[in-house]
Design a protein around this ligand. Structure first.
Ligand code: FES
Length: 147
């Protein structure tokens, strides 16, 4: 770590690029890697953490192999998103923003993802499952448990 008088004016692009690189390599942001990047870029650690906490894409905890995103936008909420989320929490034994012990699933809630006509929806990685019922969830989970 450099003394504060040796810090440069933060280059937002370089900071985000470094964070993205760390996140891609590890699937999250290990503290030691963030400290090293701050030192390499000669920016205060607070700049790194400020950028990292602003973007939902970054996580400070290891994430699961598959990211489950339950949409809680208005259309999905009206059509039962809360019940889907409750059932997923129960099935997986985790809360929102947590990861299963086997590191297979991380559960997230998101705002409208633009597929309101398919409400309620759950996204798993890049795949969207629409018009879901509580009974559909097990088959969705099973598909990704076997990948
Ligand atoms: S509210 Fe869920 S996709 Fe729009």
């Amino acid at each position: 770590m450099l003394p504060s008088q040796h810090y440069r004016q933060p280059d937002a692009g370089a900071v985000l690029s470094a964070l993205h690189d760390i996140n891609t390599r590890h699937g999250y942001l290990p503290a030691a890697e963030v400290r090293r990047a701050a030192s390499d870029l000669a920016v205060p650690l607070s700049v790194m953490y400020s950028a990292a906490t602003f973007y939902a894409l970054f996580s400070f905890k290891p994430c699961g192999k598959h990211k489950l995103q339950v949409c809680e936008g208005t259309a999905c909420y009206v059509k039962g998103a809360a019940e889907l989320l409750t059932k997923l929490q129960s099935e997986l034994g985790i809360q929102i923003d947590e990861t299963t012990e086997d590191l297979l699933f991380t559960l997230k809630r998101v705002r409208c993802v633009g597929s309101c006509g398919l409400a309620p929806i759950v996204r798993v990685d890049d795949e969207t499952f629409g018009r879901l019922t509580l009974d559909d969830l097990e088959s969705v989970l099973a598909k990704f448990r076997n990948q």
